[in-house]
Write a protein that binds this ligand. Structure first.
Ligand SMILES: [Mg+2]
Length: 125
């Protein structure tokens, strides 16, 4: 399985990439929403996007709206928001825009594995 990790902080991409690899995913990265769109066009077989909200150039919410508006990505891949933006209005807004689950930073491997299972992705925890 393949994960696209989208976060402007390299340290987060590295930490999350390590966890995803441990859970049996191949991972690719993007530092903002625009790069994430480019990665998806190059790798349309991505199973899950791990998505930060606050990023320069194109934030996670705008990426979500853009991606779900593309016919081939309207219902897949799964999207797990990984963010500090966890107020109820923000969460509802992201879920309405097509996010599947939410992980609050800071995260750990068990939290990530749990959310992946909730969205129906079997992972080798
Ligand atoms: Mg950020």
């Amino acid at each position: 399985m393949k994960a696209l990790i989208v976060d402007d902080a390299k340290v987060v991409r590295v930490a999350l990439g390590r966890i995803m690899n441990q859970l049996g995913f191949e991972s690719i990265e993007a530092a903002d929403g625009l790069q994430a769109i480019e990665q998806l066009e190059e790798h349309p077989d991505v199973d899950v996007v791990m998505l930060d909200w606050n990023m320069p150039v194109m934030n996670g919410y705008d990426f979500l709206i853009t991606m779900r508006g593309m016919s081939q990505f309207s219902s897949s891949p799964k999207v797990v928001m990984v963010t500090t933006e966890t107020s109820m209005p923000s969460m509802l807004k992201a879920l309405a825009a097509g996010a599947d689950e939410y992980v609050m930073k800071p995260f750990d491997k068990d939290m990530i594995a749990g959310k992946l299972n909730i969205v129906g992705l079997e992972c080798s925890a």
